[in-house]
Design a protein around this ligand. Structure first.
Ligand code: ZN
Length: 494
């Protein structure tokens, strides 16, 4: 066996361990009885320990050196080694004591954050957040960075981007969006009153699954369960699961949430089987992953052709509840724009502003320009400036997201990066498939999914994110396509 083959064999076991942890954690969030929490915590920690040992074993370092210097590497082998080396180096750089301290502090912080959010009392959470920021700065020192420690953290989610490059990428979008929002708020508002009814959650589930199947989510290698926080998880090739939460009063949330997660899942289902149990069996970054979920959720399931096809079906699922509502009224209601306080409930126009606010605050905190104690005031100030709204309390303000309690700094921008990639891909798809919207209006999605399979899914982690998007679209990454889409769509609706 060559050194590369030996590495492949060892990594296959690492991948099995990682997927076993995913299964335990899926179970934890969907099936496990409440008293199982402590045992499950131990089981996951044990497996994490074994995984860490396997991945960082010195013998793998020797094999890696030999494989790297072997002549005649294929493109796939080079990509494989690059990805393996990156994830191994990230793990090996941090001293065990820091990893333990971070794990301890974030699990403590999660509990305090939940309490603080309930009481809407940021001061309660501030000391924990302060300690997490200090630990993350230490982590950044271990990796090394240029300009700001924040730059050392973002590669966990998106490689090749820095605070400066993201600022440049987002600036035109921020300006165009605030201008567009001003125009929208000065126009006649959309009637959504027919959505204020009780919608049977069992029927919501049936309809959501029907749509997910139509779009191409393969239920023979997938399933859907209920969880408090919706997610998609891959247990292995041929087993990609999604979760949804239902509310009787909010018809569209669960449906669009199901479609969003199905978008992530169809991506994972499209990764090549030949890469299963390898470091290439994933997206090159969270931005590309999000571009897939947002494509189906926003570009497909918020479109006129989609609702011209599915409104009659929805009416059959909820007899009598949507009498007198036509496609156009439903389409406009689904696309109502209204600045609100909560990111996860935001419409397509406001969403990126929520993300940009978090990004700007994170960078200021890690640059030492903003103290944790001053975070609520800075948060509220940006909500006023970008979204024009007053934040009444911290629960609906800077305590709303769990990310910072987990120590996930550098994560938020990937949501907007995903929207930017999504707009670029959609423009190219429209050019490549002239019948795209007719297909959608006929409930046919095979050509659309086929395009994503061909241009994105089948490549796994073979290329970097920016390289993959530029290759698929033929354009340099910029927010131009997203601005064109938002301005075009919403100046027609409003
Ligand atoms: Zn997502």
């Amino acid at each position: 066996m060559t050194p590369f083959q030996k590495l492949e064999e060892s990594y296959a076991e690492v991948a099995d361990l990682a997927h076993s942890i995913s299964l335990l954690s899926w179970d934890q969030q969907t099936q496990m009885p409440p008293r199982g929490a402590e045992a499950r915590g131990n089981q996951i920690a044990t497996l994490e320990g074994i995984l860490h040992e396997r991945l960082t074993a010195p013998a793998l370092g020797d094999l890696l050196d030999q494989a790297n210097s072997a002549p005649d590497q294929t493109d796939r082998q080079r990509a494989w080694l690059r990805e393996f080396e990156f994830s191994r180096a990230r793990k090996m750089t941090l001293p065990g004591s820091l990893v333990k301290e971070l794990a301890l502090e974030t699990s403590r912080a999660f509990g305090v954050w939940s309490q603080a959010r309930k009481k809407s009392d940021f001061a309660l959470f501030a000391p924990n957040l302060g300690r997490i920021v200090e630990l993350k700065k230490q982590e950044a020192e271990c990796y090394g960075y240029e300009k700001t420690p924040w730059n050392a953290l973002v590669p966990d989610y998106e490689r090749g981007l820095t605070a400066d490059s993201i600022t440049t990428l987002f600036a035109p979008l921020r300006d165009a969006t605030t201008r567009l929002l001003d125009r929208i708020l000065g126009s006649k508002q959309i009637d959504t009153s027919f959505l204020n009814q009780k919608w049977d959650t069992g029927i919501q589930r049936e309809f959501g699954l029907r749509v997910a199947r139509d779009l191409g989510y393969d239920m023979a290698s997938g399933r859907q369960d209920i969880a408090a926080h919706p997610f998609c998880t891959t247990i292995g090739h041929g087993d990609v699961r999604i979760t949804t939460r239902y509310s009787e009063s909010r018809l569209l949330d669960a449906l669009l949430g199901t479609i969003h997660e199905a978008g992530h899942a169809m991506y994972e289902q499209g990764l090549p089987e030949s890469d299963a149990r390898s470091p290439l069996f994933d997206a090159p970054g969270l931005g590309v992953h999000e571009s897939q979920s947002r494509f189906w959720e926003i570009r497909i399931a918020h479109s006129r052709p989609f609702w011209s096809h599915y409104l009659p079906t929805l009416k059959q699922y909820f007899p009598g509840q949507l009498d007198g509502v036509d496609d156009e009224a439903f389409y406009r209601a689904a696309n109502k724009v209204e600045p609100t306080l909560i990111r996860v409930e935001a419409d397509e126009v406001c969403y990126n502003l929520h993300v940009i606010i978090r990004f700007e605050l994170e960078v200021r905190i890690f640059n030492g320009e903003l103290s944790v104690a001053d975070l609520p005031a800075a948060w509220n100030d940006l909500y006023k400036r970008y979204l024009g709204i007053d934040v009444p309390n911290d629960a609906q303000g800077c305590l709303q997201d769990v990310h910072w309690a987990y120590g996930s700094f550098g994560y938020f921008p990937t949501y907007t990066v995903g929207n930017i990639y999504c707009a670029m891909l959609t423009e190219k798809m429209q050019a490549d498939i002239p019948t795209m919207w007719d297909d959608c209006a006929a409930g046919r999605f095979d050509a659309i999914l086929g395009w994503l399979r061909q241009n994105i899914h089948r490549h796994g982690k073979r290329f970097g994110a920016v390289e993959l998007i530029e290759q698929a679209t033929g354009h340099k990454v910029s927010c131009d396509a997203l601005i064109r889409h938002l301005e075009g769509k919403y100046s027609e609706i409003y």
